[in-house]
Write a protein that binds this ligand. Structure first.
Ligand code: SF4
Length: 484
């Protein structure tokens, strides 16, 4: 999962990309980059990238070179390749005059890469990742033609038939045009906004989440539809076209965990969805014999769900797990040891308040179970009488091949375990999960990707095992490196 942004039509494009990325920091903390193009001073590409949080990557000096009225930005969340600086985005094909940034994962990357590298088209150019492969394929399809909306859309017809997986892409051309496109199932999000520019002409922007565009005062924010592409020329002509549409399947995990609570997808507010998840969980709990004294959210993502649950069950809401806000989000840290260490440093219980209480502890999801297990231990040590873990998300028991870092089923605590066995594994008295029907109702989406819940995916995953193997090899390599 990564955050992407593209800005067009303003001399402050790099600054705006930076502030947009600051609002997408939660989508990736491994590195960041901004690419601009100044079409008046060819060769006009300027790029700045680095590892770590956005604030650490950019300084006032970085912006001196980032000139131009078009910019794309990226904040990286590594699923393969760890902190390898070669994998930082945006990628640029200088000779072909194209650059882009990508959020998602191409399931058939390894076979496409082998095919492309052995073809004449490769001309000894490298392909380090699926994002760079998209750039190469697009450049090849455009065959050196100055990209314009029509030939760009035509190139995408072929590319969308070739790529299998999840991709939201933003990019720019040497002429100062920006573009964006979204995979035919719409698995990864991409939104589009406009506003009046200072010179009276419209400004355009694309981003992973609406929160980034609202922060930059863009209005008329709408979704790029699944399989749709948009091309905005340097002189402000905007053209959109649905290139190829499959079954609409946005990732349910965007609403449940990943997105900022201020964002909305497909006119569905993330905050409202999380609130409804709580209401539906309350209905479920009313059918059981469960009794509790307090509702405690696991900060931050589950707060809206816990409030709804507390209000609906008429059980007091208590913020008793305090987060150290200077520790990164644990889920997107990329190895087990870092995650466990981060959880220990991240959350602290107000012990006295737990003493003798029967607690409903609400989390957005239970993935590997690391957080939950440590939390249960902390809460028990604080003297709680009973701990019922409530998950806003149904059990995650299958891998994700579309860019969320749970590729191996064996790492998932719900793999091969029912709720009772999961509770035992985590040391809780009971675990209550959201139902899949409740999830769909809460998100007000009939068609969602629920692959990691059901094992039924919106695309072919024939080559998904290659990705899983590569991910595990990659992780072993990094453990070896870090122990040297
Ligand atoms: S498999 Fe799960 S996490 Fe992956 S895209 Fe689908 S819903 Fe999202």
């Amino acid at each position: 999962m990564c955050g992407i942004i593209a800005i067009s039509g303003t001399d402050s494009s790099a600054y705006e990309a930076f502030f947009g990325l600051m609002n997408l920091q939660h989508r990736g903390q491994d590195g960041a980059g901004i690419l601009t193009v100044d079409e008046k001073e060819p060769p006009g590409f300027h790029v700045h990238k680095g590892s770590g949080l956005i604030d650490n990557v950019f300084s006032e000096r970085s912006f001196k070179n980032l000139k131009g009225r078009a910019a794309v930005g990226h904040t990286r969340y590594a699923t393969v390749g760890g902190n390898n600086p070669n994998l930082l985005q945006p990628f640029l094909d200088f000779d072909e005059g194209l650059g882009l940034a990508h959020n998602g994962n191409i399931v058939n990357f390894y076979s496409l890469k082998d095919k492309w590298l052995s073809s004449a088209a490769s001309r000894n150019r490298r392909v380090v990742s699926d994002s760079e492969l998209i750039l190469r394929l697009l450049a090849d399809e455009l065959k050196g033609e100055a990209p314009a909306a029509e030939n760009f859309f035509k190139a995408l017809e072929s590319i969308m038939k070739t790529l299998v997986g999840a991709y939201s892409v933003v990019g720019l051309t040497k002429n100062g045009d920006i573009f964006g496109f979204r995979d035919p199932n719409g698995i990864r999000p991409l939104v589009f906004g406009t506003r009046d520019g200072e010179d009276g002409r419209p400004n355009f922007a694309l981003a992973s989440e609406s929160v980034a565009l609202r922060f930059l005062s863009y209005t008329n924010i709408e979704e790029i539809a699944p399989g749709e592409a948009v091309f905005i020329s340097a002189d402000g002509q905007c053209q959109r076209k649905v290139i190829h549409r499959e079954s609409v399947s946005p990732c349910m995990f965007e609403w449940v965990y990943f997105a900022r609570v201020e964002s909305e997808f497909n006119s569905t507010s993330v905050y409202k969805s999380r609130f409804r998840l709580g209401l539906l969980l309350a209905e479920q709990l009313k059918q059981t014999n469960i009794e509790a004294d307090i509702v405690v959210p696991v900060p931050e993502t589950s707060r809206a769900t816990a409030i709804a649950l507390s209000e609906s069950l008429n059980i007091p809401f208590r913020e008793l797990l305090i987060k150290n806000r200077y520790v990164n989000r644990t889920f997107i840290l990329d190895d087990q040891h870092s995650r466990q260490e981060a959880i220990r440093r991240k959350l602290f219980p107000i012990a006295d308040e737990f003493e003798g209480q029967r607690c409903l502890v609400v989390d957005d999801s239970i993935v590997r179970g690391n957080t939950a297990q440590q939390l249960v231990r902390l809460i028990r040590q604080s003297g709680a009488k009973e701990i019922i873990l409530v998950s806003a998300c149904p059990p995650i028991s299958h891998p994700c091949y579309y860019g969320i870092d749970f590729p191996s089923p064996k790492e998932l605590v719900a793999y091969g375990r029912d709720a009772e066995a999961v509770a035992k594994e985590l040391g809780a008295d009971r675990v209550v999960y959201q139902s899949i029907e409740g999830l769909k109702k809460s998100l007000e989406e009939e068609t969602l990707c629920t692959g990691c819940l059901t094992g039924s995916y919106p695309t072919s995953i024939e080559e998904g095992l290659d990705f899983e193997k590569q991910r595990l090899l990659d992780r072993k390599d990094r453990i070896k490196e870090s122990s040297c």
